[in-house]
Design a protein around this ligand. Sequence first.
Ligand code: ZN
Length: 371
Amino acid sequence: MRYYFACLLVTVSLTVSSQTDNPAVEKLNNIMPVRGFCIAAPAPGGVEEFIKFIDEELGSRMVNTLILRVDYNYQYKSHPELRDSVALSRRDVKKLVDACSRNKIRIIPQVNLLGHQSWAGRVGNLLRNYPEFDETPQVKMPEKYVWPNPDGLYCKSYCPLHPGVHYVVFDIVDEICEVFEADAFHAGMDEVFYIGERQCPRCSGKDKAELFAGEVRTIRDHLADKGRQLWIWGDRLIDGKTTGIGEWEGSYNSTHRAADLIPKDVIICDWHYERPDQTPVYFAMKGLNVVTCPWRNPSSAVLQAQDMVRFREHSTREMRDHFMGMVQTVWSGTGQFLDSFYGRRTEENANTPVSCFKALYDEISRLLTDQ
Ligand SMILES: [Zn+2]
């Protein structure tokens, strides 16, 4: 079967310019329309090797969607103050764009909006430069971060009702979409623990689900004006307590009712790393488009891929197209992932993003040959 798929790939790669006319690609698009990979954008020094990885590994596996977590790893012209000290140049980005273009891969850049504005004891670039956007200015960053802590500090959020925040973040969104020539943007929006806080003069007393949905809609509408699509992580839309899915993978702060309030054209990245939770069905039944995202558990990723194909096979026509596919996520740095992928780093555990990525795409090829 692997041999069959290898032959298929040769056939496909020879006719890459007419990929959409290729019956094998058409078949693959039919069982798994989105075949994704999500990773931090490489550091400038790692661009060449990452391009090799795109050409040799993503292209050959028929990956068609690359979510690149850029955040402030770009030399923004609109807001130079927000750049990381070492950041990708426009030329670096264009190399990535070219690599994806020749492999028929859609790039979706990500900048974390709303949540994830700090990590451990460190405030992120946005709130460091614009502390007035902080939803919880009264929460001081600890010398040594531990969880749990008395402030319930996981990551800081910006205040979605601050009158200045969108002027800044939408400059960033527009610039990153433009340089990546992107027709979609990933806003993150996961693990938002601080929202609608009592001490915030704007958000206090407001419904947290409405606040979350309002921010999704604001970002979605901004993107839609320029013909772009919004992607977000799905955890805030899942009731963490009732489902037992928990406080990170699901919401304990009542944001989950936003699932009924957000625009239906937002793409939900439904991440579950330990179990193949059946939550894609929940999203599809809400009329939302969903992709399933594994990380480092190969056996779970294989089941998730099988589920995705089965959901599409055994659903009504109305629901079928909402089950869009799979996105492998990598949460280590790009350099670390590639060290592991190319064998320069020894992993003690068999469950790694590399093994998960390989198992997921082997399974997708197997599912294709089974059709
Ligand atoms: Zn607020």
